[in-house]
Design a protein around this ligand. Structure first.
Ligand SMILES: [Zn+2]
Length: 119
């Protein structure tokens, strides 16, 4: 029998996998739709622009939802004091990042650091 902590960790890993798959699929789709709309521009400009706008809006919504998912799954660990916390959505959304490591202020020591995602 696995304990609850291990179970949660595995569950979170699965959620990250789902997030990555949705992210990659959405990116492929938006690249494809942008290419199609570019081809349509000369023949049917209204359809081309419409398709472009709709696909970009949909892509932004997907990105916002995936960021929400990243925010609530697991914790971010402060590089300075190692305090683990779940920051506000706004903080996560507007922070610089490489993958899931984000440059944010710590909720405990208030120092800015590259906070790693921990499950
Ligand atoms: Zn800290």
């Amino acid at each position: 029998m696995k304990n609850e902590k291990e179970h949660n960790k595995e569950h979170n890993k699965e959620l990250f996998m789902v997030e990555a798959v949705i992210g990659v699929a959405a990116t492929i789709l938006v690249v494809f739709v942008v290419a199609v709309s570019a081809l349509l521009m000369s023949e049917r400009p209204v359809t081309g622009v419409g398709l472009l706008v709709v696909s970009i809006v949909a892509f932004i919504i997907i990105c916002l939802a995936l960021t929400k998912m990243e925010q609530i799954v697991g914790y971010y660990e402060c590089a300075e004091c190692h305090y683990k916390n779940v920051p506000k959505y706004r903080t996560v959304l507007w922070s610089m990042h490489f993958g899931r490591t984000r440059y944010m202020p710590c909720a405990k020591c208030h120092k800015w650091s590259w906070q790693k995602k921990v499950l």
